[in-house]
Design a protein around this ligand. Structure first.
Ligand code: NAP
Length: 251
C-alpha cells in the first residue's frame, strides 16, 4: 500500500462513476472508509459500496445534489453520523457541456456554475469548520485544464473550473495554518462518460495534440488525489496539479 489511510473517513462527491468512482475505490483500497455521493445513479453507487464491503472495506452511498446547500449539509451530516468525522473531502461532482458562444445562454451558464462551483463551496463549507476544530483535514477539488487555458467551445465550463482553481488557491492559504490542506487536480482528457459529448473526430484531434498521444485513465487521477490527501504532500498547499499528458504546461 503506497499510503495508509486506515481510520480515515472520506467523502467523494460524484463517486458513483468515472473519476469519482476510481478515487473512492482507491481510497478504500488504502484503508479509508468512504462515503460515495451520487445524484441520480443510485444503482451504480450501491454496486460500488457492495464491492468495497465484499473486499473487506467500509462504505456507504448517499444521494445528494451538491448544488443544493441543504442537501450538501445533509450529505456531510449523514457521512459523519454513519462513519465519523470527515478527514478527506474530494469535490469531484461536475458537469460538462460543449457549446459555442452563440449556442448557450443563462440556463446552461447557471447549471454549470451551480454544480461545478456552488457545489464545491457548499460541500467544503459543510466540512471545513469541523476540520478546523479538529486541526486536521484534507480537501481535493477536481478542476480541469479547461480552468487554466482558453476553451472557446466550452466557455461556461472553463469559467466554472477557473473558479475552482481560484477557490483552491485562496482557501488553501486561508486554512493551511489550521492543518487543513486544500489542493486541486486539473485533468486533461480522461476516459469517462463525460466524453460522450465529444464527436470521434474531435476526440482524435485532442489525442493528437497531447504529447503522450493518449487519453488519461481515471485511476491516474485517483493516484494524484491520493498523493494530495497523504502526508507525503504535506508542504503542498493551494496548488492545482496538472495531469494532461503534457498538453498544458504551467510556467
Ligand atoms: P462523469 O463520469 O460524468 O461523472 C460525474 C459524476 O458527478 C457522477 O457521479 C454524477 O452522479 C456526479 N454528479 C453530477 N451532478 C451532480 C450533482 N448535482 N450532485 C451530485 N453529484 C453529481 O464525470 P467524470 O469525467 O468522472 O468527471 C468528474 C470530475 O472531473 C468533474 O468535475 C469533471 O469536470 C472533471 N474532469 C473530467 C475530465 C474528463 O475528461 N473526464 C477532465 C477534466 C476534469 P450521477 O451519475 O448520480 O448524476
Amino acid at each position: 500500500m503506497p499510503y495508509d489511510f486506515t481510520s480515515k473517513i472520506a467523502v467523494i462527491t460524484g463517486g458513483s462513476r468515472g473519476i469519482g468512482l476510481a478515487v473512492a475505490m482507491q481510497l478504500s483500497s488504502y484503508g479509508a472508509r468512504v462515503c460515495i455521493n451520487y445524484n441520480s445513479s443510485k444503482e451504480r453507487a450501491e454496486k460500488a459500496v457492495e464491492e468495497i464491503i465484499q473486499a473487506g472495506g467500509d462504505a456507504i452511498a448517499v444521494q445528494a445534489d451538491v448544488s443544493d446547500p441543504e442537501q450538501a449539509k445533509r450529505l456531510i451530516k449523514q457521512a459523519e453520523d454513519e462513519l465519523g468525522p470527515v478527514d478527506f473531502l474530494v469535490n469531484n461532482a461536475g458537469v460538462f457541456d460543449v457549446a459555442a458562444h452563440d449556442a448557450f445562454g443563462e440556463q446552461m451558464w447557471h447549471h454549470m456554475m451551480k454544480i461545478n462551483v456552488d457545489g464545491v463551496f457548499y460541500c467544503t463549507w459543510a466540512v471545513k469548520d469541523g476540520m478546523v476544530a479538529r486541526k486536521y483535514g484534507r480537501i481535493v477539488n477536481i478542476a480541469s485544464i479547461a480552468g487554466l487555458e482558453a476553451k472557446p467551445y466550452a466557455i461556461a465550463y472553463a469559467t466554472s473550473k477557473a473558479a475552482v482553481v481560484g477557490f483552491t488557491r485562496s482557501l488553501g492559504q486561508a486554512l493551511a495554518a489550521e492543518n487543513v490542506r486544500v489542493n486541486a487536480v486539473a485533468p486533461g482528457l480522461i476516459d469517462t462518460e463525460i466524453l460522450e459529448g465529444f464527436d470521434p473526430t474531435q476526440k482524435q484531434h485532442l489525442i493528437e495534440i497531447t504529447p503522450s498521444k493518449r487519453i488519461g485513465q481515471a485511476e491516474e487521477v485517483a493516484h494524484m488525489v491520493s498523493f494530495l490527501l497523504s502526508d507525503e504532500s504535506d508542504f503542498t498547499v493551494g496548488q492545482t496539479m496538472v495531469l494532461s499528458g503534457g498538453r498544458v504546461n504551467l510556467p
